[in-house]
Design a protein around this ligand. Sequence first.
Ligand SMILES: [Zn+2]
Ligand SMILES: [Zn+2]
Ligand SMILES: [Zn+2]
Length: 291
Amino acid sequence: MGKVMVQVLGTAQDAGVPQPNCYCMNCTKAIEDTLWKRRAASLAVVMPEDKQWHLIDASPDFKEQVVMLQRRFGLEGRVMDSIWLTHAHIGHYPGLMYLGKEAMSTSDVPVYAGRKMKHMLETNVPWRQLTDLGNIQVSEITDGNSVRLTGGVRITPFDVPHRNEFSETFGFRIEGPEKTVAYIPDIDSWDEWEVDVAEVCKDADICMLDATFFSAADLSDSGRSDRDVRDIPHPFITETVDRLKAIAGETEVYFTHFNHSNPVLDPASEARLFVEENGFRIAEEGMVLEI
Ligand SMILES: [Zn+2]
Ligand SMILES: [Zn+2]
Ligand SMILES: [Zn+2]
């Protein structure tokens, strides 16, 4: 059986770093130095020997992310074999537009999404056109029901609590021939989830978790006094570290989906030191892990 790899294609909250119309310290650095730039959270599962690959979330940075993946694995010109969508927030699905008539004009790319998300994509313009023209074919996924891919890979969606205005929200358990990844880029809180995140992480070899905010200080420090973190619930990194400290040695725990305001974006920050001293890791774009 061939190798299976996971590549991290983006590590930012939906709006990326820099975020439009923001000139906070992190955004200004990212405007001036592309090394500070972060694209919206996205992941690829790749079977290089079979020349197959699968995209987890179609972000607004899709164009650059597809190139990143194709160049890394010599898959130039190879359309993805499927797309998996966590939910209907703007960092996670608008990349689908590049499959349409104005761009790639693909044929029947399988798109896996929850019931509400499938309905949204198939019935609302302009997304509907992708189905009407046969660019994509949406299949419904449900909590706990696995789908098998080639290369001995299995993906299992699981429900997580999140602001579900237009869709349900999933995390994905991705089982490769060697290792298992638990991917949860967006969740409101660990407490609201009837599942214990520590158990989910223990069951996996690699965990990639929502790290939108470091602490409640994030938004006030970035000068956005008009935004309140309580309106945008996410577990704070400080809470996640407390909860998972004991297992961060056995399971590799990566943080991802960083808001532009997050102090861990600065490698020299105390926040970054806190994360690393506790045995946690920062997900970086382009990073490849064998699973
Ligand atoms: Zn998001
Ligand atoms: Zn900013
Ligand atoms: Zn979201």
